[in-house]
Design a protein around this ligand. Structure first.
Ligand code: NAD
Ligand code: GLY
Length: 358
């Protein structure tokens, strides 16, 4: 069991990481907790992990109801948000009632936005059950729904009051989803921490085999890096943008395939990191040996190292919708070295086109 802290003044909160924490949830909630909770989850996650959470809440004397939303990125939308809001009103949820997001990043982002907006804000408890959500989306307070014209376009920064990471939930996660989550773990090493990157190079086989200790260490280390960055730049005016390494190309890949599941977020980010590595060699002078290490680690993880073949113009149009675009210029997160990312808006069209051409 490990506890980390996201230091945000009076909105600071702990991240608890351990095996079987849902069953003892009462121990991990804030002392000021309400005696009532509403759980938001989907049928897939509910079938595996709702019983453990029910048991934990019942033992803690916390009354609870469950709201089910449909599974999938396509349902991270205003309809599902409206379903949650309607049920909260019907169930007579109060401003102090805890909203618990049990699931992956889709449930976490959606329920998080519902918590931010219901009665202008209710306590949010993140209970992430995918590797991606455990190392990334449950921490840091980005909540959102998709708009037909763009992903995550409608949302709010709204911090949870606690993140409880029960690593045993990963036992039911399909391998493809697990490996996609690993892309975000590799991202922390590549963009923020070269010693973590080296550790990942030597521990990858154990991680792929889901060795419990290695997985827990990778989650804790990822959360530690994210917590420190969020504490220094909650609203992404500076350093937090580094967490988007690989995402400018990655989001374009997801958008080009209409989020139809042919490319999972982590898979698109993986190919995006390879493209950003290539661009770094051209723009920042990243050593080609370091770029090769990045590419090799992504490949060894079984993640894609090449995006889909799209017209260059199509990529450019999609990348121009990135939320990092400022005054019309695409800003790229690039590597100066492994573990040292930087934000650059002075990238020539010639270099971008060369990377897109592969
Ligand atoms: P997801 O939430 O769709 O989960 C993937 C699949 O796994 C779903 O079918 C889900 O039902 C299933 N699942 C979840 N936990 C399971 C378990 N323990 N066992 C079996 N199946 C399980 O996808 P994701 O990859 O977790 O999250 C992607 C979303 O996260 C995207 O919408 C992305 O925009 C968002 N995101 C947000 C942030 C942030 O900072 N808020 C960061 C990164 C990504
Ligand atoms: N996933 C990037 C961030 O939370 O800022």
């Amino acid at each position: 069991m490990q506890t980390l802290q996201v230091a945000l003044g009076e909105r600071s909160y702990p991240i608890h990481v351990g095996d079987g924490l849902l069953g003892s949830i009462g121990q991990w909630l804030p002392a000021t907790k309400s005696a009532r909770a509403i759980i938001v989850t989907n049928p897939t996650v509910a079938s595996h992990h709702l019983t453990a959470l029910h048991g934990g809440l019942t033992r803690a004397g916390i009354s609870h109801d469950t709201v089910l939303v449909p599974d999938g990125e396509a349902h991270k939308d205003w309809r599902a948000l409206n379903t949650i809001h309607s049920r909260l009103i019907e169930l007579g949820a109060e401003r102090s009632t805890m909203l618990m997001a049990l699931g992956g990043g889709v449930v976490g982002d959606l329920a998080g936005f519902a918590a931010a907006t219901y009665q202008r804000g209710m306590p949010l408890v993140q209970l992430p059950t995918t590797l991606l959500a455990q190392v990334d989306s449950s921490v840091g307070g980005k909540t959102a729904i998709n708009h037909p014209l763009g992903k995550n376009m409608i949302g709010a920064f709204y911090q949870p009051c606690v993140v409880v990471i029960d690593t045993s939930t990963l036992s039911t996660l399909p391998q493809r989803q697990y490996v996609a989550g690993l892309a975000e773990v590799l991202k922390y090493g590549a963009a923020c921490d070269v010693s973590m990157f080296s550790w990942l190079e030597s521990s990858l086989e154990l991680l792929l085999a889901r060795d419990a200790q290695t997985v827990a260490r990778s989650i804790a280390q990822s959360c530690r890096i994210k917590a420190a960055i969020v504490a220094g730049d909650e609203r992404e005016t500076g350093a937090r943008a580094m967490l988007n390494f690989g995402h400018t190309f990655g989001h374009a890949i997801e958008a080009a395939t209409d989020y139809d599941g042919s490319w999972l977020h982590g898979e698109a980010v993986a190919a995006g990191m390879v493209m950003a590595g290539e661009l770094s060699v051209r723009v920042t002078g990243l050593q080609s040996g370091e770029n090769l290490r990045l590419r090799e680690l992504i490949k060894r993880a079984g993640l894609p190292i090449q995006g889909p073949r799209l017209e260059t113009e199509h990529y450019l149009t999609l990348m121009a919708r990135d939320k990092k675009v400022q005054e019309g210029a695409i800003r790229f997160v690039l590597l100066e070295a492994l573990g040292k990312a930087c934000l650059r808006s002075d990238v020539s069209m010639e270099d971008i086109v060369a990377v897109l051409a592969g």
